[in-house]
Design a protein around this ligand. Structure first.
Ligand SMILES: C[S@@+](CC[C@H](N)C(=O)[O-])C[C@H]1O[C@@H](n2cnc3c(N)ncnc32)[C@H](O)[C@@H]1O
Length: 320
């Protein structure tokens, strides 16, 4: 099922295997809940005036994490609508809302970011998290988000710079030579270039969003970053450490790199202009890094202060 005037789809990995996507994106479990501190969001809510919001739209809501994370910072009677282009995620979001007794305030419907099925100026707040990194044409999605925001209303995007985030991992305690760090980063760069070329989005769009917000005609642009930073210190006894490591150890056990598993990474790498003959050696580096990481964690000798570039970029639709 698609919305009537949805644009011709680029490749949509989440459609091919929603169950796998739910697992890899951390839609179940608590990992996404580690991305923000509620006291930091309280500060942001005050600065951004979220107390004025009566109707909010969460674009590309997935299982609903981001909307639910923001909800405590909106007035108690504010309504949240979530849209996504994958039915299976919306079902999960609706179930989660019922489980938290939020179903009176949250509703979910099928829609593409590029053609939102709402009249102009329908919402006080239009927001998204880790969605613009997946769309073929972020300018088009932002224009649509702006259209459904009321004049003077807020557009708020939480989007990362994943190339920088990969480097943060590589700078943790797994011993990696400078040449291997460069090769791994280049692999990621080429995969990201391939992802862009295939119309699957820009995994490191965060740093480009102020420019895209300006180009979309937004005003009062502000940029913040999550204050979260994973402390990873043996014996990894805290709850956040256990959750964070269970996700990354799980990925590394199956050699799922930041760009996906081997086949998906190869597809993106080639689309990004990587040489086919170089890929096996690059992938052996990924495997070696992942194996060393798992070994170090299991032996209690992995240390890290894993910072995240996960920006919170806000802008207003100009009042009329
Ligand atoms: C990484 S998930 C993020 C989900 C949620 N925002 C969160 O932070 O938990 C990306 C989501 O964006 C959705 N998505 C990607 N492109 C989209 C588009 N063009 N229109 C609507 N949803 C889209 C995907 O289906 C997926 O649920």
């Amino acid at each position: 099922m698609t919305t009537p005037d949805e644009p011709a789809p680029a490749s949509r990995p989440e459609h091919d295997d929603p169950a796998r996507y739910i697992e890899l994106a951390g839609f179940e479990g608590e990992w996404r809940e580690l991305w923000w501190d509620q006291d930091f969001l309280r500060l942001m809510a005050r600065r951004l005036g979220l107390g004025e919001v009566r109707r909010a739209l969460d674009v590309g809501c997935g299982a609903g994490h981001w909307g639910r994370t923001l909800l405590p910072h909106l007035p108690g009677d504010a309504e949240l609508v979530g849209v996504d282009r994958v039915e299976a995620f919306l079902e999960l979001a609706a179930r989660e809302a019922v489980a938290r007794e939020l179903d009176g305030r949250c509703r979910y419907q099928l829609a593409a970011a590029e053609s939102l099925p709402f009249p102009d100026a329908s919402f006080d707040l239009v927001t998204c998290q880790t969605v613009l990194i997946h769309v073929a044409d972020p300018a088009r999605a932002l224009a649509e988000m702006r259209r459904v925001t009321r004049p003077g209303g807020l557009i708020l995007a939480a989007e990362p710079d994943n190339l920088a985030n990969t480097l943060a991992w590589l700078n943790c305690s797994v011993e990696t030579s400078p040449a291997d760090v460069r090769a791994l980063l280049e692999l990621q760069q080429l995969c990201e270039a391939g992802k862009r070329a295939l119309g699957e989005g820009d995994s490191s769009i965060g740093g480009r969003l102020p420019g895209l917000f300006m180009a979309a005609g937004l005003r009062d642009i502000s940029v913040h970053n999550t204050d979260k930073c994973a402390r990873l210190v043996p014996p990894y006894a805290t709850h956040p450490e256990r959750v964070d490591l269970s996700v990354f150890v799980g990925w590394c056990r199956e050699h799922a790199w930041f760009t996906g598993g081997r086949e998906d990474s190869r597809r993106l790498y080639l689309a990004g202009g990587g040489a086919a003959e170089d890929f096996p050696a690059r992938w052996r580096l990924v495997q070696a890094w992942c194996d060393a990481f798992v070994r170090d964690v299991e032996a209690g000798r992995f240390y890290g202060a894993r910072g995240m570039l996960h920006y919170l970029i806000a802008g207003r639709r100009a009042p009329e």
